[in-house]
Design a protein around this ligand. Structure first.
Ligand code: HEM
Length: 152
């Protein structure tokens, strides 16, 4: 598929990840505080968040290879001194994959938990940490050198 279409999709999907993330985190926090049952709605919110993250990672990997950032890996020692090359070759990809792993672990643990409060609490903690890492690794427009636009 054309690189630029993938890049547009990756740019836009970031908003779905952020919205679903905020939505499911808010739902777990309220579920925990108000001692609510873990309902199919809670489950659906978490599913949407995890699915959007997975899709975003897949698009990211395609871009990483397609736009030749992966080709920098053999000369990793030389590129680490360059902020832009380091961000795209290492920081963005590794940070986002770490966030996805944390989110996936939280999802699995929350599903396995039998106590309702534990389901909400596990989701709340792991999803919040994951979302914070995602927020830190997005190339926001105000970021010097690596900043990108909010919409394609
Ligand atoms: C939740 C996870 C992720 C989010 C929210 C995210 C977000 C973004 C955003 C907002 C952009 C800028 C798009 C633009 O320039 O219009 C971008 C670009 C990019 N991302 Fe991600 N990303 C994620 C995961 C990943 C992963 C896991 C990889 C690699 C394995 C990756 C690789 C890339 C690449 C290669 C670019 C384009 C850089 C370029 O060549 O211009 N992303 N990402």
């Amino acid at each position: 598929m054309e690189n630029s279409i993938l890049l547009m999709a990756h740019n836009i999907l970031r908003w779905a990840v952020l919205l679903f993330g905020l939505y499911t985190i808010t739902k777990s926090a309220r579920g925990l505080m108000n001692k609510q049952d873990y309902t199919p709605n809670h489950n659906m919110a978490a599913t949407l968040f995890v699915a959007s993250v997975h899709l975003q990672i897949l698009l990211g990997i395609l871009l990483y290879v397609g736009r030749e950032w992966a080709a920098n890996l053999p000369k990793i020692g030389e590129i680490m001194g360059n902020t832009t090359l380091r961000f795209w070759t290492v920081e963005h990809a590794a940070g986002m994959i770490l966030a996805a792993v944390i989110i996936q672990i939280g999802r699995t643990k929350s599903k396995k938990a039998t106590e309702t409060a534990k389901k909400h609490k596990t989701a709340l903690i792991f999803f919040t940490i994951g979302l914070l890492i995602i927020l830190a690794m997005i190339p926001w427009p105000f970021r010097a050198e690596v900043g990108r636009s909010l919409w394609p």
